[in-house]
Write a protein that binds this ligand. Structure first.
Ligand SMILES: Cc1cc2nc3c(=O)[nH]c(=O)nc-3n(C[C@H](O)[C@H](O)[C@H](O)COP(=O)(O)OP(=O)(O)OC[C@H]3O[C@@H](n4cnc5c(N)ncnc54)[C@H](O)[C@@H]3O)c2cc1C
Ligand code: SF4
Length: 328
């Protein structure tokens, strides 16, 4: 590991004020420290932020909920308000990693965890995300776990988070504190970005911005929800593909569907066509199948990840079926 300086921030002003050159915020460290050990991340300064005040869950005037960015994934997923009103989020978060990692991992850090593309982790291989201009090893190489939507010539990696798939389905908003003072809100679908010709950028955060909270709108999917995670083993594994499904059903008709897919694109992939199709329809198998087909028709797989197209279609139908049949 390369040498770095360490600054422990007591409050937001100290954290934002410490940013200079190639600094990185350090929360749980479950991703950043691994990447530093592999020589993928090379910060000159770590700014420790876990003591900052964003460690609460609070109700909002509009009926929604605010999740502090420094809370651990375990504290968030197991919080009574989250379990009761946002069980889709709780289910997605509890499917991630292991109990030990969920105890360390913070909500802010989860949003910024980096791709699990094997070429990104191996510094002797070409990777435009790690080293812009060096090429993409995965495009004509091992691409079994890579994107089928929204990729570019430069990068075909996927976002690996489970939490973020649920946040996309729930239409969350991310609050960030800015280095010059002030804050701004970013709709979740605009938070992560597609790779385009700058695959080194995972998000639309500006340099030095600090995630302070995640805002959830008023809960509407607490009766009908499901997070389906398909992976190679039942614990300690990232998703090959996942679907977060929430349904608001009134008098036998879908009023609103919240749907997103994970591990298929550089960002959590919101299933907007399926959502629009399902609104006003009955929650039948035929409608779920039609919604899934509408989304998956645009998939463009690579040599080793063709399986994701059929798997994706079936996963959308299964997640919707489980969500509808689930009784709160
Ligand atoms: C073995 C293993 C298995 C895993 N399996 C899964 C899985 O199945 N599903 C899944 O979703 N995740 C999985 N993870 C990833 C895990 O969820 C992330 O590593 C974790 O959420 C990152 O949070 P952290 O607080 O440790 O972040 P850190 O490692 O501290 O930071 C990660 C990045 O976020 C930045 N950062 C952190 N907090 C902030 C903030 N508030 N504002 C601005 N920048 C910030 C840091 O600078 C860094 O760039 C796994 C990890 C491991 C090690
Ligand atoms: S897919 Fe992206 S992360 Fe993977 S090798 Fe290509 S550029 Fe790097």
């Amino acid at each position: 590991m390369r040498p770095f300086t360490f600054t422990s921030a007591e409050n937001t002003m100290q954290a934002l004020g410490a940013v200079k050159g190639n600094s990185k915020y350090l929360a749980g460290g479950t991703n950043l420290i691994d990447l530093m050990k592999e020589d993928v991340e090379r910060p000159e300064q770590l700014i420790y932020i876990s003591k900052l005040e964003y460690n609460k869950i609070t109700g909002n005037a509009d009926g929604g909920l605010t999740l502090g960015a420094m809370l651990s994934n375990a504290e968030t997923a197991n919080h009574p308000e989250v379990r009761k009103n946002y069980p889709l989020l709780s289910m997605a978060m509890l499917s991630a990693a292991t109990a030990q990692i969920r105890n360390m991992a913070s909500n802010g850090g989860n949003l910024l965890q980096r791709t699990r593309c094997p070429y990104f982790f191996e510094v002797s291989m070409p990777c435009n995300k790690r080293e812009p201009g060096s090429g993409c090893g995965a495009k004509n190489g091992m691409n079994a776990v890579h994107a089928i939507f929204g990729y570019s010539e430069q990068c075909i990696a996927v976002n690996p988070s489970d939490m973020c798939v649920a946040l996309a389905a729930l239409e969350a908003t991310v609050e960030v504190q800015q280095p010059g003072g002030g804050s701004r809100m970013i709709p979740f679908t605009d938070f992560h970005r597609l790779p385009g010709d700058q695959p080194e950028k995972d998000t639309n955060l500006q340099p030095g911005e600090l995630i302070s909270a995640i805002h959830l709108p008023k809960s509407i999917f607490s009766d009908h929800y499901y997070y389906l995670k398909i992976r190679e083993r039942s614990s300690y594994a990232f998703a090959l593909l996942s679907v977060a499904a929430g349904l608001q059903v009134n008098n036998g008709v879908i009023n609103k569907a919240g749907l997103a897919m994970g591990s298929v694109a550089h960002k959590p992939w919101k299933l907007t066509k399926a959502e629009a199709f399902l609104a006003g329809k009955k929650p039948t198998q035929a409608n779920f199948e039609a919604a899934a087909k509408l989304e998956m028709i645009d998939a463009k797989p690579f040599k080793e990840n063709k399986y994701k197209v059929e798997m994706g279609t079936r996963a959308i139908v299964r997640a919707l079926t489980q969500a509808f049949e689930r009784e709160a």
